[in-house]
Design a protein around this ligand. Structure first.
Ligand SMILES: Nc1nc2c(ncn2[C@@H]2O[C@H](COP(=O)(O)OP(=O)(O)OP(=O)(O)O)[C@@H](O)[C@H]2O)c(=O)[nH]1
Ligand SMILES: [Mg+2]
Length: 410
């Protein structure tokens, strides 16, 4: 990802008057000493660029700038340089501190607004003082996103990262394909869809339909079977399919019935990749190894279906994990847009495929877990892992597969 062309990176500009802590904030965000910091106003003169992989969002370019209030002969040139940065900013962070909101700040807000640049106002140095009630009320009324930070103490940095994900323009959170990049025109893709008690009457569920749609968009052929018919259907083919995609519930049977050499994965893993971050979920699955009896686990489900029978999130995953760990675990389930406020108590978060969430929300959750130091995985990845078939289920995804093997070998 270090090689990502600059143009594909989300350009995040850090603006504000001198000495409010723009450079300090950049260093706190990147956890590196990128920019020089000092109590002397006007320390940063030319824009300082720092490319980085801002997980879980992706490749970004931070641009630290000279204070916009810089007067005097050289000052005008510095301001000019800073203003040039406006032109390449996809997301603006306007930094201020208590008592520092005069003509510069509203002028910059107005300019970003005119240019259609999403903006976050950061009240920095919150360890010393917060913004006036009047100012925070006014910005709230204008619908402007705000975050309080102390770059000095490292406080509010996780909130700022979450806000960056929330405010990032749609193009940068735009989901990659479900399987479009894994198939070529003319390929055959086999989809395995168990029709059990939980299958809705008379239709297929959204992930199945979306996957099938991508197969068609890719000029490939889709063949749908229940798990019982898979073996027979494979026998009838003159050439093996490019890929077999199964519902996680039939994972073991499908892994057994799909000949070695034919790539096989699950809908849930395809969506883990499309909606979230497969690598992060693979790391999370390996954390299952470190679970101990008595640990708390958060099950996070995005739709609010009524659980019936052997519900996957409430019954099956807890059962598999309990068996794997060999002792009682404590499970908590959250649904819809709810997510636990205090993640630190959990040893693992297991997220569903998230077909009802957009990528931004999923990335925000992953980001929150990272900030809290809690591993997060998803249903399909966790199930494959506990069943001992994750290695095979990751075969279609070279990077994640490689990561898994590397981490396993440790
Ligand atoms: N108390 C406190 N001090 C801070 C905080 N952030 C930065 N500072 C201090 O504020 C001063 C200016 O910080 P810089 O990061 O250099 O500010 P800047 O906005 O980049 O300044 P210029 O480059 O001069 O425009 C330094 O002395 C920092 O240590 C904070 O959150 N709290
Ligand atoms: Mg600076």
């Amino acid at each position: 990802m270090k090689n990502t062309p600059k143009g594909l990176r989300l350009h995040i500009g850090l603006f504000g008057r001198r000495n409010v802590g723009k450079s300090s904030l950049l260093n706190a965000l990147t956890r590196q000493q990128v920019s020089i910091i000092s109590e002397v106003a006007g320390t940063t003169t030319d824009p300082v660029e720092k490319p980085m992989e801002l997980l879980p969002l992706g490749p970004v370019l931070f641009i630290d700038t000279a204070g916009i209030d810089d007067l005097g002969s050289l000052g005008a040139q510095r301001v000019q340089r800073t203003r040039q940065v406006f032109d390449r900013t996809d997301l603006a962070i306007l930094i201020t501190q208590a008592g520092e909101w005069t003509q510069y700040e509203p002028a910059m807000l107005a300019e970003f607004g005119q240019r259609g640049i999403p903006t976050i106002v950061v009240y920095n140095k919150s360890d010393l003082a917060g913004p006036s009630a009047e100012l925070s009320g006014r910005l709230e009324q204008q619908g402007i996103a705000t975050v309080r930070t102390s770059a000095l103490l490292g406080e509010g940095i996780a909130d700022l990262l979450a806000m960056i994900i929330r405010q990032a323009p749609e193009d940068f959170v735009h989901p990659p394909t479900i399987l479009g990049d894994l198939i070529e025109p003319g390929d055959l893709v086999m989809l395995v869809v168990p029709i059990d008690l939980e299958a809705p009457k008379g239709r297929l569920i959204l992930p199945q339909v979306q996957t099938l749609r991508e197969v068609l968009d890719g000029d490939a052929c889709g063949l749908i079977v229940k798990e019982r018919e898979l073996s027979e259907a494979l026998d009838r083919l003159r050439r093996p399919p490019r890929l077999v995609v199964t519902d996680s519930q039939a994972f073991l049977k499908v892994a057994g019935d799909t000949p070695p050499g034919v790539k096989m994965t699950s809908f849930s893993i395809l969506f883990a990749r499309q909606k979230g971050d497969l690598a992060e979920f693979v790391r999370g699955a390996l954390a299952i190894e470190r679970l101990r009896p008595g640990d708390r686990i958060l099950i996070s489900e995005s739709c609010s279906h009524h659980p019936i029978g052997d519900d996957i999130g409430r019954i099956k995953i807890p059962r598999w994990l309990t068996q794997y760990v060999g002792g009682r675990l404590h499970f908590e389930v959250v649904q819809g847009h709810d997510f636990a406020d205090d993640l630190a108590d959990f040893r693992l978060v297991v997220q569903c495929g998230g077909c009802m969430h957009n990528r931004r929300e999923m990335l925000t959750r992953i980001g929150r877990c990272r900030a809290a130091g809690v591993p997060i995985t998803n249903y399909g990845v966790a199930i494959a892992y506990t069943l001992g078939i994750l290695d095979r289920a990751l075969e279609p995804f070279a990077a994640a597969h490689e990561l898994y093997r590397r981490l396993r070998a440790k």
